[in-house]
Write a protein that binds this ligand. Structure first.
Ligand code: MIG
Length: 684
């Protein structure tokens, strides 16, 4: 059951697709405190109450015990202390043995979630805008809550099948020669590859919808030839448009009057990569139509995937904050700077970037009203993604494209995927990546992944290998790293054959992963789930923070620490462990419910399969087009007649109907492993 409660005058964010009338009674469970311009919802939590949700945020799967803030931010350092990352996913699920409900707060402004930080047994949701539509979701189980939330907010994005291949990315590929080299080095060594991301370096002067014509003399040809080799080029697009009379996007945007304005009616200007920029008012339909149309040249060049960046929006400085910084610095000139003065000097400069004041300096025209940016801040990135998605749909209504964004908001899960942003090459961030996945899925973001190997800092061979082992299970399997960090392509490392074998497992699992993904997306399910979703009565499972469910019948438990030769795993029921070393080299070890120490030397990683479920393993391939979808090895311990519903389609169609694409594969009782030919429907 879903009920709606209205506080103040909420803004329609477009996140909800199944609106309903608001209740007249007060919201249950919560004490409501109206304070000046804000509203506080307060809830007492039991000692054993668990809280899931908040999608992209730091800390554990259980969000309890700290404070978070929905305020989309460009943050380079994902420490435990961070209250905000790039996205706002305002859904919480409170779970204890005698009470279960979800609360979804639909408002695009700042929201603080104090989940036992100030006081251990108190949860407080502070609506800083003083308005929101609040949805209470009550269902008998956790999975039903997730499904109900999705029916409220719409079907998750369907990525094309090739987007489940391995993607290599790096900030710094600046020419056709470099991109081709990346492709060659993979192909030469038979390291599977389906895509290469092009970061801002491909652009001319960091300007959207341009490319450096010297470095990429014939981009359409490059794209075409790479595609013949089954490799997609995926360019980045940023939120800011440089203020330059020689920039076509700027000129046409000026003509159409699409940029965000200050109170005096002039364009709001702030710097990002290309220097001073203006920002499209993506909240307006007309702006989105204009922006979506700007992709045409790249689309005509053959591009089929894009990633959107800096769309919180990130601001290096505005004209105003730069001026203030200079003034503050000048005021300190000639002073004898001690501790305090030096601090002031540094603060003066640091305060330029992503300054809260700057987010109050510009306005949107939204649903016929003028709205100050901070009021709708968290909707900006999602609206950019929507502009792209609408543009892609207008260009090719029958085709799926790859699209993923850095910033997001609930609702954007219908338009694209996300990556987790600028993580570091830290073991703790491997753990963080794992812990974010189930909460992202809960919030509807099924197509997601982290920068494998870590974005900032220098990776190590073993860290990248362990990241890849987790990446095998992520829909977006992308190795990405920052400029000036250690080069991180698989072929740079002495253990590249081991890494190649790890990626090969992904390709062997591809038909199963794709099937599980599509069934989750079309059926309002989750690919990754906290263990609690499958074993709500098992307190051990409910408290597990370093293992997650994957697909209908599996669990993953990656190695998350350096120099480990294995790890402890808790099995909530009897399972078959598949210990992979490659697509063709694995052990099958039945394990009983309970605790196990599992040996997992570098290069080995496990997948646990529930009883009476089977995982399909294909032969794999070097790209997704090469993966055989008919011949499988079935791995699982099956004691009674069962079946697997395998989803297959053409990989690009836009409105697949689940039932039409399922092949029911009967699985008679078997010992661990059997071979099967499953012809595609409609073929002899
Ligand atoms: O301020 O385009 O998160 O993936 O490589 C850095 C350069 C801007 C941030 C993205 C990252 C990307 C980088 N971008």
């Amino acid at each position: 059951m879903i009920r709606k409660y209205v506080f103040g005058e909420p803004i329609d964010t477009g996140a909800v697709v199944a609106d309903q009338p608001a209740e007249k009674d007060p919201i249950p469970y919560f004490e409501v405190l109206a304070e000046e311009e804000q509203i506080r919802l307060r809830l007492r939590m039991d000692p054993d109450e668990v809280v899931f949700g908040l999608g992209e945020s730091v800390r554990g799967i259980n969000k309890r015990g700290h404070r978070y803030r929905s305020w989309n931010s460009d943050v380079f350092n994902h420490t435990e202390e961070r209250d905000s990352l790039y996205a706002s996913h305002n859904l919480l699920v409170f779970f204890r043995p005698d009470r279960l409900f979800g609360i979804y707060v639909d408002d695009p402004g700042a929201i603080t979630w104090d989940l036992g930080y100030t006081q251990m047994d108190l949860a407080e949701i502070l609506l800083e805008n003083g308005a929101a539509s609040v949805w209470l979701i009550e269902e008998p189980g956790l999975r039903e809550i997730a499904a109900a939330f999705r029916s409220l907010t719409g079907r998750s994005y369907l990525a094309p099948r090739w987007a489940f291949g391995y993607i290599q990315s790096r900030w710094g590929y600046a020419s056709e020669a470099e991109v081709r080299k990346v492709a060659e080095e993979h192909r030469k060594r038979h390291i599977p590859l389906d895509g290469i991301c092009m970061d801002i370096d491909y652009m001319q002067d960091y300007r959207n919808f341009t490319w450096n014509r010297e470095a990429f003399p014939d981009l359409p040809r490059t794209v075409r030839e790479m595609k013949q080799d089954h490799i997609h080029l995926i360019p980045i697009i940023d939120a800011g448009i440089p203020v330059r009379e020689d920039d076509e996007t700027y000129v046409s945007g000026k003509e159409k009057d699409v940029f965000c304005k200050k109170a005096d009616g002039s364009d709001f200007v702030a710097a990002v990569w290309p220097g001073r920029c203006v920002f499209p008012d993506f909240l307006r339909k007309e702006t989105r139509a204009w922006f979506g149309e700007r992709y045409r040249e790249l689309l005509e060049a053959g591009m089929e995937g894009f990633w959107n960046d800096m769309n919180e929006p990130a601001l290096f400085y505005s004209d105003e904050s730069l001026q203030e910084a200079f003034e503050k610095v000048r005021a300190l000139q000639g002073e004898n700077l001690g501790l305090e003065g030096t601090g002031q000097l540094k603060d003066a400069v640091n305060a330029m970037a992503n300054n809260p004041e700057d987010y109050r300096r510009f306005y949107h025209r939204f649903n016929g009203r003028t709205v100050r940016h901070d009021r709708v801040h968290n909707l900006f990135g999602a609206s950019m993604t929507r502009a792209t998605a609408e543009g892609l749909r207008a260009y090719a209504p029958d085709r799926r494209f790859l699209l993923f964004s850095r910033s997001s908001f609930i609702g954007a899960h219908r338009d694209g995927g996300i990556w987790q942003g600028d993580n570091f090459s830290w073991w703790s961030h491997l753990r963080l990546a794992l812990q974010m996945l189930p909460n992202l899925n809960l919030c509807g973001f099924l197509y997601c992944g982290c920068d494998l190997g870590g974005f900032g800092c220098n990776t190590t061979e073993d860290l990248l290998e362990r990241f890849l082992q987790l990446g095998v299970f992520m829909p977006l399997m992308r190795n990405h790293s920052a400029l000036h960090t250690r080069e991180q392509e698989i072929y740079r490392f002495s253990i590249w054959p081991m890494m190649r074998d790890t990626v090969s497992v992904r390709y062997a699992l591809l038909p199963y992963l794709y099937s599980e993904y599509m069934k989750a997306a079309l059926g309002n399910g989750m690919l990754f789930r906290p263990l609690a979703f499958d074993y709500p009565e098992d307190r051990r499972a409910v408290g597990t923070e370093d293992q997650v469910m994957w697909g209908e019948g599996c669990m993953i438990a990656p190695v998350l620490t350096q120099n480990a030769a294995g790890r402890y795993v808790y099995l909530p029921e009897d399972m078959l462990m598949i210990r992979f070393r490659s697509a063709s080299d694995y052990d099958l070890i039945p394990l009983e419910k309970g605790d196990h120490y599992v040996e997992l030397p570098l290069g080995a990683f496990p997948l646990f399969v529930k009883k009476n479920h089977a995982v399909l393993l294909s032969r794999g391939g070097e790209h997704t087009d090469e993966v055989d979808e008919e011949h499988f090895i079935l791995l699982g311990q099956v004691t009674e007649d069962t079946e697997y519903a395998l989803y297959r389609d053409d990989g690009v169609g836009v409105s697949p109907i689940l039932a039409e694409h399922l092949t029911r594969i009967p699985i008679p009782p078997q010992e661990n492993r059997s071979e099967r030919f499953c012809p595609r429907p409609g073929r002899n």
